[in-house]
Design a protein around this ligand. Sequence first.
Ligand SMILES: [Zn+2]
Length: 297
Amino acid sequence: MKDRQLGRVRFINGENKGRYPFCHSVYIAGEKERIIIDPASSLDKLKLLQQNEGVDTVWLSHSHEDHFAFLYLFENCPVRVPMRDYPPLSDLNIFLDWYGVEEGSNRESWREMMLNQFRYAPINNANFFRDGEIVDCGSVTVEVIATPGHTPGHLSFFFPEEKILFLGDYDLTSFGPWYGDVYSDIDETIKSVRRLQKIPADIWITSHEKGFFEENPGEFWHNYENIIYERDNKVMEYLKQPRTLEEILAAWLIYGRAREPLFFYEFGERSLVTKHLQRLEKQNRIILDKNKYVMIK
Ligand SMILES: [Zn+2]
């Protein structure tokens, strides 16, 4: 997939298909304001963009590192972020807390990764979006759509003139949605995906992998939501006999197998499995008996 220009909006294809640690970016060449959304696509492309066409403002769709890795290129630009996602962007300790990375559980590895690989730097003077705000950039407008779940402040953007919908990290990938952070929420994720699905767009942009859909993603929507229920089912299937959390994690029900870097994927597996266990407990499908999860018949 190449970069694509649609009116004043450009899809900037990220390195390695926008897979983590990269994402795809969106550039808005408004007459009043030139904006880059999520500057973590490609160092070379973003440098050229900065030099040739220029950027006035940076927008972040949410607080994750794979969306701000090259923010440092734009250090003189004002940054707009979702208010609810601002705390982790303002302080690295809060950032790690929101991921649920505790002291003594590789917090130092996380800290180093954020500082060295993603150049985490606290954003001091952020501006905020209002939910439902319509931003006039000059010959291009953008509707700000609150889509919590992935993170509490996650935003999607709709460009009514071009009929482009930027979904952000509701990325319609075959891996499925992420909702493993402390303040992520599975039910909110489902609501946000359904809300996005109803918006009458002609082009859909996501932050990772395929990234650019010229036809309605159709079954991708359904498959993406379905992964949540498949994960529920995998956990239930594994609990045909009572299991401890550590036993469940060792089965790699979400990621399929151990991957490198191990601390990173162990964290991902634990975060997502924990959310499913909480959800299944809430639905009265399982209980924690002593230290084992047990299916309720
Ligand atoms: Zn994210």
